[in-house]
Write a protein that binds this ligand. Sequence first.
Ligand code: NAD
Ligand code: DAU
Length: 339
Amino acid sequence: MTIVVTGGAGFIGSNFIFHMLDKYPDYRIVCIDKLTYAGNLSTLKSIMDNPNFRFVKLDICDREGVYKLFEEEHPDIVVNFAAESHVDRSIEDPGIFLETNIKGTGVLMDASCKYNVKRYHQVSTDEVYGDLPLDRPDLFFTEETPIHTSSPYSSSKAGADLLVMAYHRTYGLPVTISRCSNNYGPYHFPEKLIPLMIANCLYDKPLPVYGEGLNVRDWLYVEDHCKAIDLIIHKGTVGEVYNVGGHNEMRNIDIVKLICKELGKPESLITHVADRKGHDMRYAIDPTKIHNELGWLPETKFEDGIKKTVKWYLENREWWEEIISGEYQNYYKKMYENR
Ligand code: NAD
Ligand code: DAU
């Protein structure tokens, strides 16, 4: 079995590759990644010599390069994690989101059709459903919730999802889509809420909470997401969408306070800054379908997952300090100075 994993030098893709190499010692995993600002080869250093693993630096929009790779590898399965993934960056500069997230997905599916891939899996997001109101805790995103996006990022992911379903109907490409809630865990890029707050706490820097911090996200430990995708690519029904989330809704402000507590830092570091434009209020997944059809349930409780995550960032300072010492400094200044 050969699986092409795109975006494997990023947060969730790398965790997925580790999971797959560990669980399936007879599978070949080929990672293609453009190594954008969010991709780090150092993340994959422990598996670079694994004979079942190959890394190829490649842009998923590079049609010729992708076809050549598929000609060489004849993958059975393609799992597409590669994307521009940060909402704030999409608000500043939407263009690259349309390129990678929509056009890149098209190129991968053309290659999958040409080389008779048995399963094309699109890693999507709950953000395609837009948001839920805070005063309706009875409402959740199901697979039938209409697509209703708020940011250029979520619109580009929704565009890709529509294209995936169109390739299934028009060309018969055997596809599946997973729409997951917010992940957290090791190798999470420091621009995102949880690692940003951990890093800032450790430097005693202000903790920039957007608006009042009342927005709710439904957090899932990254390993549980990887296990869900593993199940879907092996047992999921072709042409179906699966929501992935673990009923773990938390307000941003409570997450930040919890991180302060874990690290023994004062809550006075919290600074309320200008809100994100078009900021989604609440995400909450109904995971009934993946539970009933595939038996998936999240295994890591948030209390344990957040402790493990904080510990990982404490023990792996080299990994994130290297990232935040470079070009990231300019990004941080641009996004947070005078906010
Ligand atoms: P990430 O930003 O950490 O990693 C993205 C990876 O894709 C990087 O390694 C980057 O180099 C690579 N990449 C970007 N453009 C590329 C291109 N044109 N060609 C090849 N590689 C390219 O992202 P992540 O948080 O790991 O998210 C992975 C996927 O999961 C994305 O599709 C995202 O939409 C989806 N998702 C993320 C979350 C979350 O909470 N992080 C939740 C649900 C879904
Ligand atoms: O729901 C899934 C999505 O989760 C994925 O599709 C995205 O790729 C992923 O980035 C994530 O999107 P969010 O926008 O929810 O994640 P982020 O970590 O950027 O922000 C989480 C919440 O914290 C959000 O309400 C904005 C807020 N926030 C974020 C940052 C970076 C702050 O208050 N301050 C910050 O500095």
